[in-house]
Ligand binder design. Structure first.
Ligand SMILES: *Cc1c(COP(=O)(O)O)cnc(C)c1O
Length: 216
């Protein structure tokens, strides 16, 4: 496995409008530096403790993406530096992010995570709940956070039709509310399914193992 080759191959093949978050969870700082030295600046982590340690140790122009489930009591630790939180899955969390953004006199960009599976094992708002939130215009009451897009994960299955229909349901939701919220990011697609995600209008993919190799 050669991280630099993997990364360059992926980037060469990506359509112009699709951005890449390199998911570096569980991988050492040396691996991140190899990717960084090719010009990759966006990295994703899913554990707060690991994210903080890596942020402290690594170059300050890295844009950190929080992609894993986030507990409200941890928001304060990442509020000062986080570039984008992909995994916003409750009103309680939205309130806390807004509060910590105020404390840091900044605006924090977030994606709303939508559960597009029927697995019940995934975090996120249901499509119905998100429609309700939009109807109530709830999101416009938080002045220090900006909803810039939606994020979703497909089921772990080899059935491409299922994956495609789940991604399409998120695409439809995105297009439905895009104008009103001026959404521009549709974060979907991981190593196993990113080609399908791109077909379904994804413009931000999150790749870990395809770049860095398998995780233990
Ligand atoms: C781990 C993870 C990824 C990357 O997974 P790979 O299959 O290694 O590409 C993407 N998104 C989220 C939310 C993750 O937790």
């Amino acid at each position: 496995m050669n991280i630099v080759d993997n990364l360059q191959k992926i980037k060469y093949e990506l359509p112009q409008n699709v951005s890449l978050v390199a998911v570096s969870k569980t991988k050492p700082n040396e691996d991140i530096i190899l990717a960084y030295n090719t010009g990759q600046l966006d990295f994703g982590e899913n554990k707060i403790q690991e994210l903080i340690l890596k942020h402290d140790a690594l170059p300050k122009d890295i844009k950190w993406h929080m992609i894993g489930h986030l507990q409200t009591n941890k928001v304060k630790y990442i509020a000062p530096f986080i570039h984008l939180i992909h995994s916003v899955d409750s009103i309680k969390l939205i309130k806390e992010i807004n509060k910590q953004a105020i404390n840091n006199t900044k605006i924090i960009n977030i994606l709303i995570q939508i559960d597009i599976t029927n697995d019940k094992t995934k975090f996120g708002f249901s499509i119905n709940d998100f429609d309700m939130i939009m109807k109530d215009e709830l999101l416009s009451t938080f002045n220090n956070l900006k909803v810039v897009g939606l994020m979703g994960m497909a089921s772990f299955t080899n059935n491409q039709d299922i994956i495609k229909s789940q991604f399409n349901s998120l695409k439809d939701l995105f297009n439905k509310h895009k104008k009103k919220l001026s959404l521009d990011i549709l974060s979907m697609g991981m190593s196993g399914d990113y080609n399908i995600a791109i077909e379904c209008q994804s413009n931000l993919i999150r790749l870990g193992s395809t770049i860095f190799g398998k995780r233990k």
